[in-house]
Design a protein around this ligand. Structure first.
Ligand SMILES: [Zn+2]
Length: 83
């Protein structure tokens, strides 16, 4: 599953696994350190989420990728508006 680039600066997105034992979770952040960050907040409440770490990983990647598309669309729309 491909992780799309940062929605703010276009930098490489980096996913890391944090925590220990059953308290492990994934986070995605921007490799350019522009401050873009997505935690697994909201992942636990996702209807397709079970307790599997792999499921949480996939939901998080989907959320990040979706957000990227939305942000690109917003930038595009604002450029059109200014023209
Ligand atoms: Zn960035």
């Amino acid at each position: 599953m491909i992780l799309k680039c940062c929605p703010f600066c276009g930098g490489e997105a980096i996913m890391k696994l944090y925590g220990t034992g059953i308290d492990r979770y994934y986070m995605i952040h921007c490799g350019n350190n522009c401050g873009a960050l997505m935690t697994d907040e909201g992942v636990k409440n996702h209807p397709e989420c079970d307790d599997s770490l792999e499921t949480k990983r996939i939901i998080l990647i989907n959320a990040w990728n979706k957000r990227t598309q939305t942000r690109y669309q917003m930038v595009k729309d604002s450029l059109n508006f200014n023209n």
